[in-house]
Design a protein around this ligand. Structure first.
Ligand code: C2E
Ligand code: MG
Ligand code: MG
Ligand code: MG
Length: 289
């Protein structure tokens, strides 16, 4: 209930708030432990070229298998990690593990890494990434850093500087969850993104005749095109949404229809075939005889 009322707002105390607070407290304690006990791992979800079904690469998504709670959602524990100062350590683990994994995959397979705004503001970030690329001999343009609009809330010169230095080492930059943050569009004038990721909330059900989402997606694609950026539609689950997204001209697609996040070992097939077929549906590719 406290969460629904919004963070930072004062509201009368409910018993559920107390349990919610102590639950987060326990999560924090457990997360510290998890980092030491190897309870964290990365899963990888395919990102596919819309027109050809060629594999572009994978987004690395963190997983936490808690010994008693089972799998905890990153939407929950990432925000806990941000609040209690653990995101730096957790984020370092993700960057290192993702780059190490990229080194094991062929050169044309990209790996996308999510960055919390707090990591983005780490003065050592660029150096850390550059060192890992060197150590694991991974070409910089195979790594795509996903950043949300939250980065622009603290609008300072350091942000511009980090963008410039990241571009300088040659990694790709993607704007994640586009359209769901509180930022203005102003930052698109200068921030050197290679790609805009259209948030699932616009994608899911977009093919429904009464949905306004297709108008929004069309506008985002036009914006990205004229700025020379790629687009990825996130959260494509159905054949109807897939067809619509293709018609609207998104360049890349990510969603359960092409594959759920899975451990690196399970990605071998897609990498070998170099393409991903939509599940249970016809391919856009010519059938092979
Ligand atoms: P995100 O970066 O926007 O990642 C996409 C999320 O959508 C993932 O959820 C993915 O599993 C889910 N998804 C993809 N396709 C579909 C679909 O077709 N249907 C549905 N229902 N869901 C789909 P996940 O893995 O639970 O991650 C949630 C969020 O947690 C991520 O959103 C990201 O903001 C954060 N996150 C995950 N891993 C990391 C990480 O390593 N570092 C940081 N800083 N944040 C992370
Ligand atoms: Mg992401
Ligand atoms: Mg996203
Ligand atoms: Mg998200």
């Amino acid at each position: 209930a406290a969460k629904a009322a919004g963070r930072g707002k004062h509201c009368f105390f409910e018993p559920s708030m107390h349990s919610e607070a102590s639950d987060r407290q326990r999560l924090e304690t457990d997360l510290r432990f998890a980092l030491e006990q190897n309870e964290l791992s990365l899963h990888f979800q395919p990102i596919v070229r819309a027109a050809s079904e060629d594999l572009c690469g994978f987004e690395a998504l963190i997983r936490w298998d808690h010994p008693t709670r089972g799998r905890v959602s990153p939407d929950l524990f990432i925000s806990v990690a941000e609040e209690c100062g653990l995101i730096g350590k957790l984020g370092d683990y993700v960057i290192e593990e993702a780059i190490r994994q990229a080194a094991e995959w062929p050169d044309h397979v990209r790996v996308a890494i999510n960055l919390s705004p707090i990591q983005f503001n780490d003065p050592k970030l660029v150096e850390k990434v550059a060192t890992l690329l060197q150590t694991h001999e991974v070409r910089a343009d195979r790594i795509e850093l996903e950043i949300t609009e939250g980065v622009f809330l603290a609008d300072n010169e350091a942000t511009d500087d980090t963008f410039a230095r990241l571009k300088n080492i040659g990694v790709r930059l993607a704007l994640d969850d586009f359209g769901t943050g509180y930022s203005s569009l102003g930052y698109l004038k200068t921030a050197p993104f290679d790609k805009i990721k259209i948030d699932q909330s616009f994608v899911r059900g977009a093919s429904h005749p009464k949905s306004r989402n297709s108008a929004i997606i069309r506008a985002i694609v036009a914006l990205a095109d004229s700025l020379g950026m790629d687009t990825t539609a996130e959260g494509v689950e159905t054949h109807d949404d897939l067809n619509l997204i293709r018609e609207l001209g998104c360049s890349q697609i990510q969603g359960y229809i092409f594959g759920k996040p899975s451990p690196a070992e399970d990605c071998a097939d897609m990498i070998e075939r170099d393409s991903v077929l939509p599940q249970g549906h016809r391919s856009v590719r010519e059938p092979r005889h």
